[in-house]
Design a protein around this ligand. Sequence first.
Ligand code: PHE
Length: 403
Amino acid sequence: MRFSLPLSILCSALAVAACEKKVAGPDHDQSGGVQGDPAPGNDPPPPAPGADDTILIGEVGSLTGSEASFGISTRNGIELAVNEANLAGGVKGKKLAVRVYDDQGKPEEAANAVTRLISQDKVKVILGEVASSNSLAMAPKAQAAQVPMITPSSTNPKVTEVGDYIFRVCFIDPFQGFVMAKFARENLKLNNVAILKDNKSDYSLGLSEVFNAKFAEMGGKIVSTEAYSKGDTDFRAQLTTIKGSKPEAIYVPGYYTDVGLIARQARELGIKAPLLGGDGWESEKLFELGGSALDGSYFSNHYSADDPNPKVQKFIADYEKAYGARPDSLAALGYDAAKVAIDAMQKATDLSGPAIKEVLAKTTGFEGVAGKITLDAQRNPVKPAIVLQIADGKFKYLTTVNP
Ligand code: PHE
């Protein structure tokens, strides 16, 4: 599958002068659907970002690095929403443009990018990040500058706790961890589960904690807990210890690059127990990395492309046309985050941070492609989660769990 990121398009039609990092990536689909993308050298240059007739939205994402598919899918989803809004006349009579910075999946880079978006580019809202540790590095800066930030997909509760300018459009990990614990206990009827967590990831640590507590509450036993650090490639020592504790499954709340390797090494060591995980598994790359080692494993996620809702199916068709790939959860949530931001800017009395924030806080019943969004007092939506099974190199929808 292709992850297309039409860099030239980003940099031109969207008036994004700040595509600093060349995005490593294969060919891209010029049918990208960015309205009015100029043929090179022909049309007049786009208006400078921040010019009076343009509203600038900031975006921070991992367009490169070990979580690149997170940033690229999100980028595509946001771009699709912004293009739709521009085709429908923009916001308050102005066109929208996105300035996106690649943080390479690193919290320090994400923090720097937000500083630039705020002080140099003077964006009205910030969209991002995916990984909770990166969002946590960004949020205090957005909060201090009173620039509303919406993370499409960071699920760690601490992100929105930073303050009243920080929002999200996805469920949070206390729910996601509960869903998998319940699934393991009630559906799979497991008694003994091991945990393998990433000590460098707020997401992984938070989710492990919830799973541990909930699984035990439901009468299950955590037979061993091992840890690694993002960037590690050899997990054999931890897996050997885990094997000795004879688990019926291993909960691995990590990101796809690590999970793929962990699955392979587990099978090499003769571990037959399925792996269980969370949304961080979501990437087509998971199959390239993990191959058949992941068959029979399960994870919780946000959205399924099998949803028959016509709105969802239209989104899928539009996305496929533009990017030549099926949208994953990240793309769906990126699209939803941008839609919510655009809707709030439309309704706000003016485009100041405080005015946009007021409207965002009242988000109720917003029909997203990854579920309905009603924000609670902590600026978190309450949404169902789905459980997927991996079979024959595919994600298979199993069930939806309501909060
Ligand atoms: N929820 C993950 C985090 O907070 C990010 C993620 C969301 C990854 C959805 C994949 C799909 O870090």
